[in-house]
Design a protein around this ligand. Structure first.
Ligand code: PLP
Length: 410
């Protein structure tokens, strides 16, 4: 597998001058855009003129120059022709699936996806649209293929699953999708830069930019990265899910996220470096730890083949504390006595965020589906931050583990 570091194209995509020659782009805080001649308007509405066709903008829910420029950076990051930034990760996911599926179509999805995505497929889409989903173990390629019917339009997976950290074999899933003439949609929220799903054969990448890409836990944001024709289809005035449902990103948000993109490579490198180290040390202490960078992880070899080594194996690990009580005890100590991090959902923040997945971000799942996905009661997800020194943070973790009796006293 030839690993390409996406940073080269990312840097050139950012080369956008502000209107006064500033090194940063300007914030275009307009919801509507003037045309010099009213005769131009029908051409914009008809798609004959636009941001890449004569520089004409129409209306902020359609295209805004600042949001559009952030989209170009996302396209460079994921190696797609185009990208569109949305108001949340969930709006990126729901708009994409609704664009690809008509009433009564079918999705084959990984059985281990973010709880909101699960609820969309399991609870919302069937009664509203007749779109049904078969949940499968995405690492079982025979099961994936066997679940495809003549109504299937999409194979859906997270590149690295939330929260179990199982890794999708994107090249092989892509081969299955191609064989059946359907699309492979990959949520790459857990592994920007670490994995480049489009290069590995995916058709569409979705992101919650709320997480690593923004990195500061101050904005909810999403993105859809795909070929230009698909993004264009999503902007159609009559049937485009982005244009009609309107999950528009605010230009001020786009501007601020754009300022954090240049640091993403540095941040991902540090997240991964620290998470690898913590995973190894937790393993040495005999803890039940899971991290794709550990040789013991079931997908370590696959991830080693697919990832860009410059960014390691990602910034998230899980720790199975056995019971929810033990997990909560550890998290409370880590936050309230040791200031190791925050007990909060979400991930990709500069400080460590910790949550018990089964009772939080996967709580939408039925008990049977949680069991099938191996989301146990005591499973703690840690998104490892990079504040403080490594040894200071490690001492806090080791001390808290001793206090809850997970490791023996020195
Ligand atoms: N995808 C994954 C993997 C997530 O973890 C989340 C949120 O936690 C989402 C999508 C949804 O993103 P947002 O909260 O930005 O709508």
């Amino acid at each position: 597998m030839k690993h390409r570091n996406p940073v080269e194209t990312l840097a050139s995509a950012r080369h956008e001058f502000g209107e006064h020659g500033g090194v940063n782009m300007s914030v275009e805080a307009s919801t509507t855009f003037t045309v010099m001649h009213s005769s131009t308007m029908p051409d914009i509405f008809g798609g004959k003129k636009g941001p890449e066709k004569g520089g004409c903008y129409l209306y902020g829910r359609h295209f805004n120059p600042t949001v559009y420029t952030l989209g170009k950076q996302l396209a460079a990051l994921e190696g797609t022709e185009a990208a569109y930034c949305t108001a949340s990760g969930m709006s990126a996911i729901s708009a994409t699936l609704l664009q690809l599926c008509d009433a009564n179509d079918h999705i084959v999805s990984s059985n281990t996806v973010y709880g909101g995505t699960y609820a969309l497929m399991h609870d919302l889409l069937p009664p509203k649209t007749g779109i049904s989903t078969t949940l499968v173990d995405i690492t079982d390629l025979d099961a994936v293929e066997a679940a495809i019917t003549d109504r299937t339009r999409v194979i859906y997976t997270e590149s690295v699953a939330n929260p179990t950290l199982r890794v999708a074999d994107i090249p092989r899933l892509s081969a299955i999708a191609r064989r059946h003439g359907i699309k492979l949609v990959v949520d790459n929220t857990f592994s920007p830069l670490v994995l480049s799903p489009i290069k590995l054969g995916a058709d569409i990448v979705v992101h919650s930019m709320t997480k690593f890409i923004n990195g500061a836990s101050d904005y909810i944001a999403g993105a859809i990265c795909a070929d230009a024709a698909f993004i264009q289809e999503m902007m159609d005035l009559h049937t485009g899910m982005l244009m009609i449902l309107g999950p528009t990103m605010d230009p001020q948000v786009a501007f601020n996220i754009n300022l954090r993109i240049p640091h993403l490579p540095l941040r991902m490198t540090e997240h991964s470096k620290r998470t690898q180290l913590f995973a190894e040390r937790l393993q040495d202490l005999g803890m039940t730890v899971s991290y794709p960078g550990l040789a013991a992880h079931p997908d370590h070899e696959l991830m080693s083949e697919l990832h860009c080594p410059d960014y390691g194996y990602g910034g998230i690990l899980t720790l199975d504390m056995g019971t929810v009580e033990k997990a909560n005890e550890l998290l409370d100590l880590l936050q309230n006595e040791y200031q190791f991090g925050y007990v909060a959902v979400s991930l990709g923040y500069f400080d460590t965020l910790m949550s018990c997945s089964g009772s939080s971000t996967s709580s939408e799942m039925t008990d049977e589906d949680k069991a099938a996905a191996a989301i146990s009661q005591g499973l703690v997800r840690l998104s490892i931050g990079y504040t403080g020194t490594i040894e200071q943070r490690w001492n806090q973790m080791e001390e808290a583990l001793r206090r809850v009796g997970a490791i023996s006293r020195k």
